[in-house]
Design a protein around this ligand. Structure first.
Ligand code: HC1
Ligand code: SF4
Length: 579
């Protein structure tokens, strides 16, 4: 252990700690911009490029960046000396001198860490205003890159390369022209980007933001010719309240329904219903593959991989194309919902497909890209028309002057709004496979599953594994969240080392609760844990907790789809993948 003094406070920290680590321990707040430590999910950005965290160290001539300076025994640090404060102010002025002054129209206004610090330091003019570097804006279906606002903190690069191992972003050029970009300055859309949105989640400024579709939703709602239905993803209910000052982990399911009705949607449905439907298809596919495998059919591939996360799908299409026959062919719940809404439900209420608009509220930015994929269209008409994020929904609710906190709870509409606890837990890492096992267990053993809680599937460990006894079979389950962790499991499959029968993969750390479209967590991972707890609370409170027991799902199969994996189900609910 090493003892140091910071602002007259004595603190003891392990060898190798930084001054910033030590300061946190005694609640000395040193501002940071480039620094980000999400150690639990493998992200430590320690580029020391912004210098906002400089402090004075007794006996040293130069100010030291506290995020990258290791402590030494007996060190005496002043975080708040006039010299350190002045230096920080100059750092901020220099950053602002090469930054657009567009706070009024910036998508990140109110959430921008540079704006926050400038406000804190009372910067009212930029003394060294001069030439500014300019780059063209890069629009993709999910993400907008506005590199004029980049401060070269490299958080996005660390996230994309080290945590997600996608390699879409890297620092290019030198000096004034230095910028973080896809290779050869190509558009994100032409790169290997998965649209996971995790770079957006950690960007401190407005350089990386989501593509906002809220006004497309408003236009659809204002069109008297259109029937506009909306679905709400599982993870949204555990996070939207944060945008209205509610405690992280507050469940706002009923308030979301009321808010969406007030916005004018004709029907407010639940993606969780489609998650139950996904389990019917995915569990059937899994058991079909498993049975054939056990019978010695060498053409069958195991493990089966879940396929509901579009960033993960894009990842394996780019990075493991030779394995595209391993994931389940089941569409994601978002897309299953759209397919059923525009067939079964549209027929039921007598509305033509082209007069129905399906909107989805998602914690995810990749879902915006997913809705535009050609295989999810019928004669050019998409199954889901518009996907907006949790943050965009919050913006709409604020624009419409709805007092969200005081809203009464309402229930989702039926038939596409009834869901089980199994549908809800899709929102947290491990939840999809837990839901699938709840159903597979009962289908295989023909016995009631007494305890539906598979706690070994839960939690934030990057890779989890568990063995579940299903009848005579020991079922080996793998779970990865974060694409870097997924890559490890895929490499094992490739080299024949994998022992798993089924694997769940979600691209975002924490699963959908940590999606790129969720309220910004600003580096506080406890927020993800609280959201996950909320998801499991909602599951606990449900009367039905197994997808195959959802009465509306049963009705959908008996009156419309036939059986899982049957012809109609296959046509509407399954897809294929591309190289
Ligand atoms: Fe997800 Fe899914 S759980 S992918 O994380 O399978 O986005 O919440 O809606 O489609 O149900 C996201 C969440 C979501 C789908 C479901
Ligand atoms: Fe990388 Fe994900 Fe950002 Fe794409 S969206 S650049 S894959 S972090």
């Amino acid at each position: 252990m090493v003892k140091i003094t910071i602002d007259d406070k004595l603190v003891e920290v392990p060898k190798g700690s930084t001054i910033l680590d030590a300061a946190k321990k005694v609640n000395v707040e040193i501002p940071t911009l480039c620094h980000l430590n999400l150690h639990d999910v493998g992200l430590v950005n320690q580029t020391a490029s912004c210098r906002a965290c400089v402090v004075e160290v007794e006996g040293r001539r130069n100010l030291a960046p506290s995020c990258a300076t290791p402590v030494t025994d007996g060190m005496v640090v002043k975080s708040n000396s006039v010299r350190a404060l002045n230096a920080r102010k100059v750092v901020l002025e220099l950053l602002l001198s090469d930054h657009p002054k567009e706070c009024l129209t910036c998508a990140k206004s109110g959430e921008c860490e540079l704006q926050d610090l400038s406000e804190k330091f009372g910067i009212r003019e930029i003394r060294c205003d001069g030439a500014q570097s300019t780059y063209r804006e890069d629009y993709s279906p999910s993400i907008i890159r506005d590199m004029d606002k980049c401060i070269m903190c490299r958080r996005c690069e660390t996230m994309c390369n080290e945590v997600q191992t996608v390699g879409a972003l890297s620092g290019i050029n030198r000096g004034f022209d230095a910028v973080v970009s896809p290779a050869f300055e190509m558009n994100l859309e032409d790169s290997v980007c998965t649209y996971c949105g995790q770079c957006v989640a950690v960007c401190p400024t407005g350089a990386l933001t989501e593509k906002d579709y809220t006004w497309d939703v408003v236009s659809a709602l204002a069109d008297p010719e259109k029937t506009v239905v909306v679905q709400v993803a599982p993870a949204v209910r555990a996070a939207l309240g944060e945008e209205f000052g509610m405690e992280p982990g507050t469940l706002v399911t009923g308030k979301i329904v009321t808010a969406l009705k007030k916005l004018g949607f004709d029907n407010v449905f639940d993606t969780d219903f489609a998650a139950d439907l996904t389990i019917m298809e995915e569990a059937s596919e899994f058991l079909d593959r498993l049975t054939r495998h056990l019978e010695g059919d060498k053409t069958v591939k195991l493990p089966i991989l879940t396929s509901c996360c579009p960033a993960w799908v894009k990842f394996f299409e780019h990075q493991f194309p030779e394995m595209k026959d391993i994931p389940s062919t089941a569409k994601s719940p978002q897309q299953m919902f759209g397919a059923i809404a525009k067939s079964y439900y549209a027929e039921k209420i007598g509305v033509k497909r082209e007069n129905m608009v399906v909107v989805s509220i998602m914690p995810c930015l990749a879902k915006k890209y997913e809705v535009g994929r050609d295989e999810f269209k019928v004669d050019g008409n998409p199954d889901v028309d518009i996907s907006i994020s949790t943050r965009e929904l919050a913006r709409m609710i604020k624009q419409f002057n709805i007092d969200f906190v005081d809203l009464e709870d309402q229930e989702f509409d039926n038939p596409l709004g009834e869901s089980t606890g199994a549908g809800v837990i899709f929102g947290a890492t491990g939840g999809v496979i837990e839901a699938a096992v709840r159903t597979a267990y009962e289908w295989v053993t023909k016995e009631e599953l007494k305890d539906v809680n598979f706690t070994s599937f839960r939690g934030l460990d990057g890779i989890k594994s568990a063995t579940v006894k299903v009848g005579d079979l020991d079922l080996n389950i793998g779970i990865a969240h974060g694409l870097g962790n997924a890559r490890k499991l895929l490499e094992d499959i490739k080299s024949g080392k994998s022992k798993f029968h089924a694997i769940e993969i979600m691209a975002c750390p924490g699963g959908c609760i940590g999606g790129g479209g969720q309220p910004y967590h600003h580096g506080d991972l406890d927020i993800l844990k609280k959201r996950a707890e909320a998801i499991y609370r909602e599951d606990e409170g449900k009367a039905i907790r197994k997808s195959h027991e959802n009465p509306y799902i049963k009705e959908l199969y008996s009156t419309y789809l036939g059986s899982p994996l049957g012809e109609k189900a296959h046509h509407l609910l399954h897809t294929h993948y591309f190289n």
